[in-house]
Design a protein around this ligand. Structure first.
Ligand code: NAD
Length: 654
C-alpha cells in the first residue's frame, strides 16, 4: 500500500478539534479535505497559544475533573479539596515496568505500549526462555492479533505513505520508535519506572495452612520486595495480579519495611481479559477498574494510571473505586461467570434425565434472549477449566470462611461441585457407552487447551478427563489440539501423576487424522472451530480481533495519528481495496528471527507444525473403528449430520 510517488497531503497536527479528540468525529471526516483547518482549531483551551496545551484526558486541572472529585465520597479519609491540589501533582508517566511476562503481563503491556508510543514499557520476567520467546516471532502466548501489536510496539514501524481510497493524495505515517522491551533485567527496569505493574502468578496454595483453597501470594510478596528495593521514590505500584482482598495492604507493609522514609501509592487494577480473546478485550475493554486509597495521594495516583488507559479507553469506562472493592470485584466477577456455566451444566444434567427431547441449548437460547440475563456464558459443556475460575472461587470462598460466613462460602463452592460433577458424568458416560471397559480401545481426545483461541493448558478440563480415562487402561489415548505444541501438552500431562504404564498409553498427535485413526471413540473437549468440520456443522468463527467498534478517541497525539485511528485507517483501506492480511498499510518491519529459541535451548517442538485443517468427519468415519462414538463435550458438532455418517453421538444436555 505505501507509495513514494505522491507528496503527503495531510500531516497530523498537534492542534485538533475538540470533537475529534472526544471521538465525535470519525477519522475519515477528520482527514477529509473539508475538515476544519488547523487555524480554526486554535479556539480550544488546550491548543497552542493558550496556557493549557494538553488535552483534557491528560490535563489534570480540567473542569470535568474538578467536578468529579468534588462530588466523590472519600470514605473515612479527611475531606480535602482535591480540585485545588490535583492540577499540579498528577504524575506524568514516561516509563512503565511490568513484572511478570505471562498470559496477562505480556499482552497487557503490549497493548499499553501500542497505544502510548511516548511511554517506554519494560516487561521483565525471571523466566529467560519466556523472555526470549517474547523477543522472537514465536510468542510464548498465542492470541489472535497479539503478534501484530507486539511487533508494532517492540520493533517500531516503517515510514509509510498511505494512498487513501477516494482521496487524491497520500497520507504520510511517520515511523514509530520501538517502546516495548522484554528483558530479564528486573532491577534495572524497576529503577526507571514511574508506574510498576505487579503481574505475577497467584495460584491456589498447595501446602500448609489453607492448602487447596487459599491463594498463594508468595510470588506477589517476592516481586513486591524486589520492587520496594529498587523503585524510584514516588513510583506508583499497581497490583495487576488477582489477589485476596487486603493484598494491597500487604504490599504497602513491604514498602514501609524497605522504604520507611518514602511514600508509595499501591493501586489495584485487576485484569478482566479472557484468554482466547485477550487482544480484543484489551483493545475494547468493558471497563478498566482502578482501586486506590481514598486519600488525596491515592486518588492522584489513580488519576495518573487513568491517563495511561485514556490513550484508547473512553473515560466513562474507567472506574475508580477503593482498593478493597477493586480486589473483591475481580474475584466476584470470575465467580459469577463460572456460576452461569455451572447453572447451565446443572440444567444439562436435568435435560439428560428428563429426555422427551429436552435440550439444554434450547434453554440457553430462551434464557439468553432475556435482556436481564443476556446470552453470554450460558453454554453447557463438560465444565470450565483454566488457571483462574477455580482458584478465584476458592479464594472468594476462603475469604467468606475467614469472615465466619460459612453459608456464603458453601454457596460459592457449590459452583465447583457442579463443575466436578459434570466432568465425572462425562467420563462415566464414555466408559458406560463403551460397555464398561476401555481395555483394548483407542480413545481420541480432540482439544486440550482449556478453551479455544489459546495455548493455555493450565488446569484444563482435558487434563482431568484424561486422568480418569487413563485409569481405565485403554489401548491408547491420542490427543490433538490445533493450538498447543506437544511439549506444552506433555508438560501438563506429566503433572497429573499417571503411572508409567498409563503414561505410555498417552500419545500426542500433530493432526486430527492420527488422533482418530483406529479410535473407537472421539472425545471433544475444547470448542475449537476446527472440530466443527469442513463440510459439516455450523460456520467457523471469524477472527476475534475486530476493527474498532467505537470512533477513535484522541485521533492525534503529538502530531501523530493514534494507533486506534491507524487501525480504523487500515480497516478502511483493506475494505476499499479488498485486501487481506494483517498489515494492509505495509508499516510493519520484517519479522524478527526466532533466535531466542536456540539460545535458550527450547525444544524444537515449540516450533513444530500443528495442523489447522478442520476435521473432515466424512473421512473420520472411515478411519475410525466401530462403534464410532463421538462424545461432544462442547456441543460443537451437529449430531444429526454425524449420525448420518454412521457415528453415535452424545452431546451435553441433549
Ligand atoms: P503466568 O504464570 O502466565 O505469568 C506470571 C509470570 O510471572 C511468570 O512468567 C513468572 O515467571 C513471572 N514471575 C513470577 N515471579 C516473578 C518475579 N519475582 N519477578 C519477575 N517475574 C516473576 O500468570 P498469568 O496467567 O499471567 O496470571 C498473572 C496474574 O493475573 C494471576 O494473578 C492471575 O490470576 C491473573 N489473571 C490471569 C488471567 C488469565 O487469563 N490468565 C486473567 C486475569 C487475571
Amino acid at each position: 500500500m505505501p507509495s513514494d510517488e505522491d507528496p503527503p497531503l495531510y500531516r497530523a497536527e498537534t492542534t485538533i478539534p475538540k470533537s475529534v479528540q472526544h471521538g465525535t468525529h470519525s477519522l475519515a471526516s477528520a482527514l477529509s479535505p473539508g475538515a476544519s483547518t488547523p487555524g480554526s482549531w486554535n479556539a480550544h483551551p488546550w491548543s497552542p497559544g493558550s496556557s493549557n496545551t494538553s488535552p483534557p484526558s491528560t490535563r489534570s486541572g480540567s473542569p470535568e475533573l474538578k467536578v468529579r472529585f468534588q462530588t466523590e465520597k472519600v470514605d473515612s479519609a479527611p475531606r480535602v479539596d482535591v480540585a485545588e491540589v490535583l492540577p499540579t501533582v498528577t504524575k506524568s508517566v514516561k516509563s512503565i515496568c511490568f513484572v511478570g511476562a505471562g498470559f496477562v503481563g505480556g499482552p497487557t503491556a503490549a497493548v499499553i505500549a501500542y497505544h502510548n508510543p511516548d511511554i517506554t514499557v519494560n516487561v521483565v520476567d525471571l523466566n529467560e526462555a519466556r523472555i526470549a520467546a517474547w523477543n522472537s516471532s514465536q510468542l510464548p502466548i498465542h492470541e489472535d492479533g497479539l503478534l501484530k501489536v507486539v511487533r508494532t510496539a517492540r520493533d517500531g514501524t516503517l515510514d509509510t505513505m498511505v494512498k487513501i481510497p477516494g482521496l487524491p493524495r497520500s497520507l504520510k505515517l511517520d515511523a514509530r520508535t520501538p517502546n516495548l522491551v522484554f528483558s530479564t533485567k528486573v532491577n534495572e527496569a524497576i529503577e526507571v519506572a514511574d508506574v510498576i505493574f505487579i503481574c505475577v502468578n497467584t495460584p491456589t496454595k498447595t501446602y500448609g495452612l489453607g492448602a487447596g483453597s487459599m491463594a498463594d501470594i508468595s510470588m506477589v510478596e517476592g516481586a513486591s520486595r524486589t520492587v520496594a528495593q529498587n523503585a524510584k521514590k514516588g513510583a506508583i505500584i499497581v497490583e495487576k495480579s488477582t489477589v485476596p482482598c487486603g493484598t494491597a495492604r500487604v504490599i504497602q507493609d513491604i514498602f514501609k519495611y524497605y522504604r520507611p522514609n518514602d511514600d508509595f501509592e499501591i493501586l489495584s487494577n485487576p485484569e478482566f481479559l479472557a484468554e482466547g480473546t485477550a487482544v480484543e478485550n484489551l483493545m475494547h475493554p468493558d471497563r478498566i477498574l482502578i482501586g486506590s486509597a481514598r486519600t488525596l495521594a491515592g486518588m492522584k495516583a489513580a488519576e495518573s494510571l487513568k491517563n495511561v488507559y485514556a490513550a484508547w479507553v473512553p473515560q466513562e469506562r474507567i472506574i475508580t473505586v477503593n482498593t478493597f472493592s477493586s480486589e473483591l470485584s475481580k474475584l466476584v466477577a470470575n465467580t459469577m461467570l463460572a456460576q452461569r456455566i455451572s447453572s447451565m451444566n446443572a440444567v444439562s444434567a436435568m435435560c439428560e434425565e428428563i429426555g422427551l427431547g429436552s435440550d439444554v441449548d434450547d434453554v440457553s437460547l430462551a434464557l439468553g434472549q432475556d435482556s436481564r440475563i443476556g446470552p453470554k456464558f450460558l453454554q453447557a459443556g463438560v465444565g470450565f477449566g483454566g488457571s483462574c475460575f477455580e482458584k478465584d472461587i476458592l479464594n472468594l470462598s476462603y475469604l467468606a470462611r475467614q469472615l465466619h460466613l460459612d453459608v456464603v462460602a458453601d454457596y460459592w463452592l457449590g459452583i465447583l461441585k457442579i463443575n466436578e460433577y459434570q466432568r465425572e458424568r462425562y467420563v462415566h458416560r464414555v466408559v458406560k457407552e463403551l460397555n464398561g471397559s476401555l481395555r483394548g480401545k483407542k480413545i481420541s481426545v480432540l482439544g486440550f487447551a482449556f478453551k479455544d483461541g489459546t495455548n493455555d493448558t493450565r488446569n484444563s478440563i482435558a487434563v482431568h478427563i484424561i486422568k480418569s480415562l487413563a485409569e481405565e487402561m485403554p489401548l491408547e489415548i491420542a490427543i490433538f489440539d490445533p493450538g498447543c505444541a506437544s511439549n506444552e501438552i506433555m508438560e501438563e500431562i506429566e503433572k497429573i501423576g499417571l503411572t508409567k504404564a498409563q503414561l505410555e498409553r498417552v500419545n500426542i498427535c500433530s493432526n486430527w487424522r492420527d488422533s482418530v485413526k483406529q479410535a473407537s471413540a472421539v472425545c471433544i473437549l475444547t470448542q475449537w472451530k476446527q472440530f466443527r468440520g469442513a463440510q459439516l456443522g455450523r460456520s467457523t468463527k471469524a477472527s476475534t480481533v475486530k476493527t474498532p467498534s467505537q470512533p477513535a478517541i484522541k485521533t492525534f497525539v503529538n502530531g501523530k495519528l493514534t494507533e486506534m485511528a491507524i487501525l480504523e485507517l487500515e480497516a478502511m483501506v483493506a475494505r476499499e481495496l479488498n485486501m487481506t492480511g494483517e498489515d494492509p498499510l505495509g508499516r510493519l518491519k520484517p519479522a524478527a528471527a526466532a533466535q531466542g529459541f536456540e539460545v535458550f535451548g527450547l525444544a524444537a517442538s515449540m516450533m513444530e507444525e500443528i495442523s489447522q485443517e478442520p476435521v473432515n468427519w466424512f473421512e473420520a468415519a472411515s478411519l475410525m473403528q466401530e462403534p464410532r462414538w463421538v462424545f461432544d463435550g462442547r456441543n460443537v458438532v451437529d449430531p444429526i449430520e454425524l449420525q448420518s455418517l454412521g457415528f453415535k453421538v452424545r452431546g451435553i444436555g441433549k
